[in-house]
Design a protein around this ligand. Structure first.
Ligand code: ATP
Ligand code: MG
Length: 352
């Protein structure tokens, strides 16, 4: 007898706290589109995590509401195809709340307090002693999101690794107490270091909506130019003749994440590749402006078609919302079925 193989399923998503930026693109969106087009997965679910976004924006419902459409436009603009990937809205799936409630019994307060991502996000938001309970427990709701779809694969940036670890622990505990029910997921990180956590234009460790150091997928050509030309570089690289530092210099990190040898051939043929450019910068004699102009050309080539597709979809917001409604309805069936399985395993389906 041969065992039926586990279906390969992707679940991933974003918080609708604003438009998406090139950090999201490098860390997750780019991979999603590749995997979608490769056709090697049985299902792909892309979640707009509005209930999670409300855990630290409960007083700003309009911000979350407006961002739903913005994030959906970003998805369609980068090439997510609703025929191939199910685009859905988290809060409309009641099974997720129930799973979260049951999973809360499988996690200790001490364990949540140790989660490094939650720790640093609490610091960044300056909650002090006033951490909303919902925010503190969002790793548990994220475990509900992932397991509700029986996801095997979660393409994310490196900041999400502690969430995946937490989910795996919940799966293990659930399956050991209630019998084999939940599927254990794996994170899929970008292959290159630079894309795993893209820094901000200001040189801070992470490009993040909450830090205001982003290049958005929807930025106009002018905004893009402004942001690139004003980027933080090596603060000790004052004169062109000075030797410069490449590590911790976000201009070079972005080139690591986004440039190809073809870009050099087309925009900066005097250098064979990024290694040659970096070597010149470190030696001295290469100015920031020249490197930034090249980065601008690279990003413009990447973002121009995304920007144009985005504008085309933005002309018909009704159709975009209809795409989300259809995806969410499909997702409701999937998550309800998982909930039934979970309730049966927990022996609480008293009435059949
Ligand atoms: P917020 O500040 O509201 O948390 P965010 O910018 O951190 O927003 P999320 O919605 O939390 O974005 O993250 C969505 C996905 O994008 C996750 O997979 C995350 O790992 C990835 N991601 C976010 N920022 C970056 C970044 N700077 N580099 C690489 N991946 C990123
Ligand atoms: Mg985040």
């Amino acid at each position: 007898m041969t065992a039926t193989p586990t279906p390969r399923i992707i679940l991933t998503g974003d918080r609708p706290t604003g438009r998406l930026h090139i950090g999201h693109y490098a860390g997750s969106l780019r991979r999603r589109v590749e995997l979608q087009n490769a056709g090697t997965y049985d299902a792909i679910y892309i979640m707009i995590a509005d209930a999670q976004a409300l855990t630290d924006n409960a007083d700003r419902p309009e911000r979350i509401r407006e961002s739903i459409l913005e994030v959906a436009l970003d998805y369609l603009a980068v090439g997510l195809d609703p025929e191939l990937s199910t685009l859905l809205v988290q809060s409309a799936l009641p099974a997720l709340y129930q799973l979260t409630f049951f999973y809360m019994n499988l996690v200790t307060v001490a364990r949540l307090s140790r989660n490094p991502t939650v720790k640093s996000e609490i610091q960044m938001r300056e909650f002090g002693a006033s951490i909303p309970v919902g925010f503190f427990t969002y790793p548990i709701s994220q475990a509900a999101d992932i397991t509700a779809f029986d996801a095997t694969t979660v393409p994310v940036g490196v900041d999400q690794l502690p969430m995946l670890e937490q989910t795996r622990e919940i799966v293990h505990r659930f399956n050991s107490w209630y019998g084999d029910t939940l599927v254990e997921p794996e994170a899929l990180l970008p292959e290159d270091e630079a894309s795993r956590r893209l820094p901000g234009t200001d040189g801070q460790a992470k490009m993040s909506k909450s830090l205001g150091n982003c290049i958005y997928l929807s930025d106009s050509a002018d905004e893009l130019k402004q942001k690139v030309m004003n980027m933080f570089t090596d603060p000790n690289h004052l004169r062109v003749s000075d030797p410069g530092k490449v590590e911790g210099n976000p201009v070079f990190t972005y080139l690591d994440a986004f440039s190809s040898d073809a870009d050099f051939a087309d925009f900066l043929p005097e250098y064979e590749n990024l290694e040659a450019l970096k070597a010149h910068y470190e030696r001295g004699g290469l100015g920031d402006v020249k490197v930034k102009r090249f980065l601008l050309a690279v990003l413009d080539r990447l973002l121009r078609p995304i920007r144009e597709r985005r504008q085309a979809y933005a002309a018909d917001p009704g159709e975009v919302m209809a795409i989300l409604r259809r995806g969410t309805e499909k997702a409701r069936g999937v998550t309800d079925a998982t909930l039934e399985r979970v309730r049966a395993a927990m022996q609480i389906e008293y009435f059949g």
